[in-house]
Design a binder for this molecule. Structure first.
Ligand code: PRP
Length: 201
């Protein structure tokens, strides 16, 4: 869940929140169709096992899964990060494991956003140990400017700048996940940079 790094005192007036549209719903849906085709082209005869990371990746997974022709199954995993800091602390831990084995399967990790890369680095290490036949990564949004861990996605919807984004699964204190578009969160008229607002559990 994404929260403000330092909450203001209760006496402070809550800043006015606004969301500026960054990627319209139609663009997201069109791009997902393209990614789905690309994934199927790369693995024409395989059953694809999509693994999404709760909670943010769920919308992307459901739209992607419905756009990929042929056999598709899916599963969910949940992780969280320790302490007060962001995932940049590197302390990612598993809070909900997959329901079934991925050994010998063609697995696509489906994430809403690739930010510092700490979550993905943890997941790739974990999944690699379980001996999948293929292991690939699809992310809707990539923020290459924030990367700490040396990981990258095989399929990227959109590369975006260092702004705090919400919508299409991405939250701010659990809100805005249900927006059908991706937008930049503005507090008091200012866009929230990653140093003000952080993704964490
Ligand atoms: C977000 C997102 C990724 C992770 C990426 O999850 O869904 O899993 O952060 O960040 P990283 O590249 O810096 O590791 P979040 O912790 O906000 O949880 P949520 O999906 O439940 O909102």
């Amino acid at each position: 869940m994404a929260k403000l790094k330092k909450a203001g005192s209760s006496a402070e007036k809550a800043p006015k929140e606004r969301v500026r549209v960054l990627i319209q719903r139609a663009r997201i849906q069109k791009r997902i169709q393209e990614l789905a085709k690309q994934i199927r082209r790369d693995f024409p005869d395989e059953q694809l096992h999509l693994v999404s990371v709760l909670k943010g990746g769920v919308f992307f997974l459901t739209d992607l899964a419905r756009s990929i022709p042929g056999q598709v199954s899916f599963d969910f995993i949940a992780v969280s990060s320790y302490g007060e800091n962001t995932h940049s602390s590197g302390q990612v831990r598993l809070t909900r494991d997959l329901d079934s084995s991925i050994e010998g399967r063609t697995v696509i990790v489906v994430e809403d956003i690739l930010d510092t890369g700490m979550t993905l680095q943890y997941l790739l290490r974990l999944f690699q140990q379980r001996k999948p036949k293929h292991l690939r990564v699809a992310v809707l949004l990539d923020k290459p400017g924030r990367r700490i861990a040396p990981v990258q996605a095989d399929y990227v919807g959109f590369s975006i700048p260092n702004e705090f984004v919400v919508g299409y699964g991405l939250d701010y204190s659990e809100r805005y996940r249900n927006l059908p578009y991706v937008g930049v969160l503005m507090l008091g008229g200012e866009a929230q940079g990653p140093e003000q607002a952080v993704r964490r559990d």
